[in-house]
Design a protein around this ligand. Sequence first.
Ligand SMILES: [Zn+2]
Length: 119
Amino acid sequence: MSVQHTPGPWKLTVTGGDVMTRGESDVLVGNGELWIARLFHPDSHVPGTTSLAPPPDQVKANAFLIKVAPDLLAMCEEAVTAFENLLRGSGKACYCGVEKGACTLCKLRAAIARAGGQS
Ligand SMILES: [Zn+2]
């Protein structure tokens, strides 16, 4: 199972100075060739919106989370394979009991599907 996305690793770049102290800076996430995301500094104005940017600590935390998204996805895919290997020969497709979709394997599969654009 493989989801197509811009190849990693993704890195952070802060424009205009330190995102925690400068009002003119943004945090960019990219792989060195392509930009993946731009996170606005809380003091930035986003034209056409009334939404506020999160506080600086959250901007930084969000950037780190986006940066590691390819790694997290790859680890989820590895975990699914590991769970499926443990189930091999058992005749079971997952660890769900009565409530379908509730086991960790089902939740991992659903998260990977969402990462691929499936709702
Ligand atoms: Zn399940």
